[in-house]
Design a protein around this ligand. Sequence first.
Ligand SMILES: C[S@@+](CC[C@H](N)C(=O)[O-])C[C@H]1O[C@@H](n2cnc3c(N)ncnc32)[C@H](O)[C@@H]1O
Length: 297
Amino acid sequence: MRTEGDSWDINTSVGSTALFVAAARAIAARRPDALAVDPYAEVFLRAAGAEWAALIDGDTEQVREHPLYSADFGRTFVEFQAARTRYFDDYFEAVTAAGIRQIVMLAAGLDARAYRLPWPDGTVIYELDQPRVLEFKRDALAANGDKARADRRAVAVDLHEDWPTALRDNGFDPAERSAWLLEGLLIYLPAATQDELFATIDALAAPGSRISIEQVSPSDQADTPLARQSDAAKDDWMNLIYDEPRSEVAQWFSERGWDAERTELTDYLRAAGRDVAVLDVGFPLSSVSLVTAVRRG
Ligand SMILES: C[S@@+](CC[C@H](N)C(=O)[O-])C[C@H]1O[C@@H](n2cnc3c(N)ncnc32)[C@H](O)[C@@H]1O
């Protein structure tokens, strides 16, 4: 159960979800027709310990029974993660082409884009997450000899607290255009916090700024994600999320001077040549949409 002011490391509570999605990326990266390849996901699994490393090394019964390898949920979830990785990679390509040099990743988790993507000179990337998650990431990549390809600034915060001050203290300039990413975050925040977060971003984003967000409908609008997963795993995850009605992202931003475009994950996968009818057996893909918005000048 979540509590006010709760915190975590990479192996506990919401922190472990960062490792779980990194594991999905590592598995996706090994497929010949992967929609996205994130080589750093594997680095994190190895740093997290033998149990995680086994997901890419081992062929034990334990590995075969892991949810990420199941023929229904696992197959679909891995494709879903690769698709969202690709969608947001393409977003950043457009962002840098438009000349934006301030990037803010809220709940960056084990996102390695600062290390992976070709950032133009002068790009500053602010990665916000809980302190122990960012420490794990820093140590794992440093031990592997990896260096960021931009000026990466880790901002250790709880997003329920005064993160804008921490962001500014690290050099963020609200007068300059910025590009924001909220990938795999909203369901871990109460609906009211989501709205507060959006209002804060709206206040910090200069005209011409951009934002890209993954949203998942609550279970009264669509099947609950993981609904078809094993009961234990589902219960663990359901205890971490706020499964409640919340603002529709594209509408929220459209009403406040942003041009927003919403893409259904199913349409995105179809356009990428994936057989959604087959995939949808394992996970309610229709609950997920990807939204990108540009602040009008
Ligand atoms: C599913 S992971 C997604 C990580 C990353 N964006 C990705 O897609 O790989 C969720 C992340 O949200 C972070 N998070 C959730 N609630 C947070 C909060 N209140 N403050 C800071 N970080 C938070 C967790 O620590 C975790 O890294």
